[in-house]
Design a protein around this ligand. Structure first.
Ligand code: M6R
Length: 620
């Protein structure tokens, strides 16, 4: 979940401002972790300079002297701590005993204890508690055993077990950055007289959009104008170089459609607010682009006995809603499982079933592992992702991409609504094939889907300020609240509560509204906010009763509901445009995204960088 960046520059402008270029790229990666930051450059005299510190990049910018660093080669890191607390010592880059080799890493090296013992027994002295530090010492050790820098790097990689994206520089090979990838993401960017390598495309989008996504098991190096890749086999802790095979990659280089503008704040105070307001466009692009992969997916789904969604966080909430659409519109029994729990269910799957893996990043490790488990038992896999060529779509039988553009804020917003649109479209198409729904209903849903970008625009126009004022009136001091819903509304409630928890640090729990009487209501007292999401005729009266129950305990009640539903009893009613109930979740979540955003901002928190979280979770 950390962010890593490496740059090899040929142009003198880039060389002179190398520290600032690293800073810009690291700023773009900060959403992957911000416990500490650091960089290493080989300066013009050939010396390795390493600067690192605990804290966020802007807080330690001067201390680390980003504006003073120059050279033709540099690597940087922004950390989400796994092994070792956030501290200066544990910050990356890590170095060998003599400070000649520097390494940054994202992931977890599972066998680091055993490697560290081996290295310590050979006289290496460690400075940090991290798993990463074994890597520079391994390179140093294999060089001592007679290997050149690159062979020593490959050998070091071949003895690691775990997940990693690693890049390294060595003063004995001052024109290149070594890299290795296993599970954690790593992408090369082809710039103008410069080459970039990073955890994610937005890191270097200011410089290039020509990219090459690396695959698991690949190692190699970049120079300012060349890429060399090979695959490497695991090997033992001895002095024999590992077995490798060259990899040709020209056909994998592609130009991606994301623009610099999309990956910047564009005048908004935070990425999250910008991304909330980008939803009309993200939805319109996604819906218009629903072609590639759809026919193949329908073909798999048509034959499926069961359809099982696997996903995490917001993607799970989209899957929860998608599951209801699959059952009631697609005509196939379906379930949605949190991906980290999937291993307990996989024995219930077979080659007659289809798994739909939903992941905006396409790299969430729990979802990736669930996909692998499902494939082992023969299930076919459809991936829904926002990142082209990421690991989950790559390992799936069929990939369908949402076209939300880059989502930088840790809190998912536009990727969530575009996921729902995609899953709904698939369910309707399947329902037509299976004759589970009539043409008329299918047409209404598809028409409403094409109207939804405008409907979301109206919600944003109408409620931008109203929700802001609700956030300060009702949520100023509260530390706990409930989000209640039924059916589709429950999926929206779950997502609303997650937004509130993750960025505003308010204890927000989502419950099936009916279930609230079986325990949760005990907490309700005067002034306790309860947010209801009621999306259909089917649950309206039931939710009205639930509102009454909460009001008689002096709760403050807020209802999200389509226009035309009264809800006189609620203290505050937010009315979203009336569209087909299965399309409604897309509009209904928007005020709840805004609510969480304004509560976070009112409390002085940065919604783009919630504590302890990272955008892409690549550790189990
Ligand atoms: O990239 P993914 O969609 O697989 O990510 C899944 C979750 O980590 C993600 O949705 C997370 O819960 C977000 N912080 C939600 O806002």
């Amino acid at each position: 979940m950390c962010g890593i960046i490496g740059i090899v520059a040929l142009s003198s402008a880039l060389k002179e401002s190398l520290g600032m270029v690293l800073y810009r790229c690291l700023k773009n990666l900060e959403y992957r972790g911000y416990d500490s930051v650091g960089y290493a450059v080989i300066d013009n005299s050939g010396k390795l300079i390493v600067r690192k510190s605990k804290g966020k990049i802007d807080d330690v910018y001067t201390k680390l002297g980003f504006n003073k660093a120059s050279g033709s080669i540099g690597i940087g890191h922004t950390r989400w701590a796994t092994h070792g607390r956030p501290s200066d010592e544990n910050a990356h880059p890590h170095t060998d005993c003599y400070g000649l080799i520097a390494v940054v890493h994202n992931g977890i090296i599972e066998n680091f204890r055993e490697l560290r013992e081996w290295l310590e027994s050979r006289g290496h002295v460690f400075k940090s508690e991290t798993d990463t530090e074994v890597v520079p010492h391994l390179i140093e050790e294999f060089k001592k055993l007679g290997m050149d820098s690159y062979t020593a790097f490959k050998k070091a990689i071949s003895v690691l077990r775990g997940t990693f994206a690693i890049i390294a520089i060595d003063i004995d090979a001052p024109d290149r950055i070594f890299f290795a990838k296993n599970t954690s993401p790593l992408v090369i960017g082809f710039g103008d007289k410069a080459m970039f390598i990073a955890s994610d495309i937005p890191a270097f989008l200011d410089f290039t959009n020509r990219v090459l996504v690396l695959y698991d098991g690949e190692v190699g190096y970049i120079t300012a104008n060349q890429v060399f890749i090979e695959s490497v086999e695991q090997s033992a802790l001895d002095n024999t170089p590992p077995r490798t095979k060259p990899v040709s990659y020209d056909h994998r280089v592609r130009v991606i459609a994301w623009s610099r503008e999309e990956a910047s704040k564009g005048g908004y105070p935070h990425y999250m607010l910008k991304e909330i307001y980008e939803q009309p466009q993200a939805l319109a692009q996604t819906i218009a682009g629903l072609r590639e992969g759809v026919d193949e997916a329908i073909e798999l789904l048509r034959k499926a006995e069961k359809v099982v969604f696997v996903a995490a966080g917001s993607s799970y909430h989209a899957a929860f809603i998608g599951r209801l659409a699959m059952i009631n519109l697609g005509g196939v029994w379906s379930d949605a499982i949190v991906s980290s729990e999937a291993r307990w269910y996989v024995s219930g799957l077979s080659d007659r079933d289809v798994v739909i893996a939903v992941s905006q990043s396409g790299e969430t490790i729990d979802t990736l592992l669930a996909v692998r488990e499902a494939k082992k038992v023969g299930a076919r896999v459809i991936a829904i992702s926002n990142v082209v060529d990421s690991a989950i779509p790559r390992e799936s039988d069929v990939a369908i991409y949402t076209r939300a553009g880059p989502e930088i804020s840790v809190a998912a917003t536009k990727t969530f609504t575009t996921q729902i649109a995609t899953l709904l479209y698939l369910s309707v198409r399947l329902g037509l094939v299976k004759r589970a729904i009539g043409e008329e209903e299918a047409n209404t849903i598809i028409q409403d889907l094409t109207r939804i970008p405008k409907a979301v625009e109206r919600v944003l126009e109408r409620y931008g300020n109203a929700v802001k004022s609700l956030a300060s009136k009702v949520f100023e001091k509260i530390s706990s609240c409930y989000y209640l819903g039924r059916g589709l509304g429950l999926g929206v409630a779950m997502e609303g509560a997650l937004k509130m928890k993750e960025i505003a640090y308010v204890h927000a729990e989502a419950y099936p509204a009916g279930e609230s009487k079986h325990g949760p209501i005990a907490l309700v007292e005067k002034g306790f906010p309860v947010i209801f999401v009621s999306l259909g005729e089917i649950d309206r009266e039931l939710i009205e009763s639930n509102i009454e129950e909460m009001k008689s305990r002096d709760a403050i009640t807020i209802a999200i509901t389509p226009k035309g539903f009264e809800f006189k009893s609620a203290d505050h009613v937010i009315r979203v445009p009336r569209v087909h109930p299965y399309v409604l979740p897309i509009a209904a979540i928007v005020p709840l995204q805004l609510l969480a955003y304004y509560v976070a901002v009112n409390r002085g928190y940065d919604p783009d960088k919630p504590r302890n979280l990272a955008k892409t979770v690549t550790v189990v």
